[in-house]
Design a protein around this ligand. Structure first.
Ligand SMILES: Cc1cc2nc3c(=O)[nH]c(=O)nc-3n(C[C@H](O)[C@H](O)[C@H](O)COP(=O)(O)OP(=O)(O)OC[C@H]3O[C@@H](n4cnc5c(N)ncnc54)[C@H](O)[C@@H]3O)c2cc1C
Length: 458
């Protein structure tokens, strides 16, 4: 076997059950575990291991799947007839201080990257949850901090390094292998190669972060959403606006929380940005907290609490048609949550959603992003919680123009993910670079989609 002896690999047939399970799902966030069993798991520590794993898959005629942060809700990395390449032990962050471009390995998380960048007065608009891997997040587009104002996280990708399905190591950017670079910004978990490094443009760090919250009873959901929706498009560009249906410890019933978080260079700027909401909030709220001082680290802690580890999850999402009565469409999702830990979220996407996007696969957006995160603890609740999610989403679907790949599960629901032209182009690029389906594609029901990919139809 030569140097391959050094490959950190766990074979299903040789490992103890405990060791195999650790390698198969130990880094998967969702504790609703999949019934899918890779033939082997390579826990890559360096780029050479990724290449070796692809060569091994070629020899054995197996597929390869990839895991960066393990946070895809449907555990897309765990596949039958495959070698799973887990990038958790392959860690690299290198900043070029002259250009502000940082080279990162795909298992780097938003929190890791931003704690390093903070020292240098820089920020990257990664995922809200601290431990999401940049790999899966950026491939889908990446709804990071202040997406409505700062754009999609993938718009900050300047180049990528990949290992292709046939074992070539390539740099992809605007000048070389442009089609792979185009696909890497929006293909999601059907990207036809393995990314080994992202080169990301960072931003100057806004040092003054403040947040306002307004809590309404759920019977006032429509008043709350109509209000925040009415101010969203013209609102300050450094401010994130969300409306969440959730349970809070002080309230027996679930409530509706409107939150605005602003990222500014000075306290005065931050307070001014939040004042517009403060001056227009409708009466009848249960409590409010105006312009609380916060930090990215504190926000990460709150996000991690809202998405607890070792729980069972299902999520679904929809871009709601700009012309619909959004509050009426979302009311059931926000006011009938099936467990105290579950939440429904409306995320303001305008004005970003109204700007033309650069040339890239990501091409689906509307002003209103809805996501449902159903969270529970034990297997007995699996069918009740999943049924609630499917039922609520089936009523929202007619008002939807498509879906974000990030919070979707193609085994449950298939819809539109890209514009017409972009969807076709993406499937052609996938076929060109991965003609044999060596790299696992989109995980639909029965894992059938292969090279063909998704239908991309409402
Ligand atoms: C608690 C929580 C909070 C979240 N918050 C946000 C948020 O704020 N914004 C947002 O946009 N999304 C968010 N998400 C969704 C998240 O971005 C996606 O689930 C994403 O796929 C996770 O990336 P990952 O690398 O951690 O996942 P993984 O499961 O490791 O990867 C998902 C899939 O992406 C592909 N992939 C990953 N890395 C590579 C690579 N190097 N090369 C080729 N293909 C690769 C593979 O198909 C892989 O199976 C959240 C998810 C969770 C669980």
């Amino acid at each position: 076997m030569g140097s391959r002896d050094l490959l950190p690999i766990t074979w299903k047939r040789d490992a103890s059950e405990e060791e195999y399970e650790r390698a198969r799902v130990g880094r998967v966030f969702n504790h609703r575990r999949p019934d899918r069993y890779p033939v082997a798991i390579v826990e890559a520590e360096k780029e050479a291991h990724i290449l070796q794993a692809v060569q091994l898959a070629q020899e054995k005629n197996l597929r390869v799947s990839v895991r960066s942060g393990g946070h895809s809700w449907a555990a897309w990395s765990v596949r039958d007839n495959s070698i799973l390449i887990d990038l958790g032990n392959y860690k690299q962050i290198q900043l070029d201080e002259k250009t502000g471009i940082v080279a990162v390995s795909p298992s780097t998380t938003g929190r890791m990257l931003n704690s390093m960048l903070r020292e240098k007065g820089l920020l990257f608009p990664g995922g809200h949850c601290p431990d999401v891997g940049l790999g899966g997040f950026l491939l889908q587009g990446g709804m990071g901090w202040v997406c409505r104002g700062w754009g999609w996280a993938c718009q900050y990708v300047k180049a990528i390094d990949v290992v292709t399905a046939d074992g070539q190591q390539l740099r992809c950017d605007e000048q070389q292998n442009e089609d792979l670079f185009w696909a890497a910004r929006g293909a999601g978990p059907g990207f036809p190669a393995i990314i080994t490094r992202f080169y990301l443009q960072t931003k100057p760090l806004p040092t003054h972060i403040r947040s306002s919250t307004y809590v309404f009873s759920k019977k006032h959901f429509k008043i709350a959403l109509d209000w925040v929706r009415s101010i969203a498009e013209a609102y300050d560009r450094d401010t994130e606006l969300v409306c969440v249906g959730l349970s809070l410890p002080d309230y027996e019933d679930s409530v509706v929380l409107v939150n605005l978080t602003t990222f500014k260079k000075s306290d005065d700027d931050a307070i001014t940005a939040l004042q517009i909401a403060e001056d227009s909030v409708p009466s009848g709220y249960l409590e409010k907290n105006f312009a609380r001082s916060t930090s990215l680290q504190q926000e990460y802690v709150q996000q991690a609490q809202a998405n607890p580890e070792r729980h069972r999850y299902c999520s679904d999402n929809a871009y709601i048609d700009n012309n619909s009565d959004v509050a009426s469409v979302l009311e059931e999702a926000f006011t009938t949550l099936p467990s105290r830990k579950s939440f429904a979220l409306w995320f303001a996407m305008a004005p970003s959603s109204r700007r033309p996007l650069p040339e890239m696969a990501l091409s689906m957006q509307s002003d209103h992003y809805l996501a449902i995160y159903t969270i529970w603890e034990t297997a007995e609740d699996d069918s009740r919680c999943q049924r609630w999610t499917r039922n609520v989403m089936s009523k929202i679907e007619p008002y939807s123009v498509g879906q974000y790949l990030g919070d979707s599960d193609f085994q449950v629901r298939n819809t539109k993910y890209w514009g017409e032209e972009q969807g076709k182009k993406l499937m052609q690029i996938r076929e060109k670079w991965n003609p044999e389906g060596r790299v696992c594609g989109y995980l639909d029901s029965g894992d059938q989609s292969g090279v063909k990919g998704l239908r991309n139809r409402l």
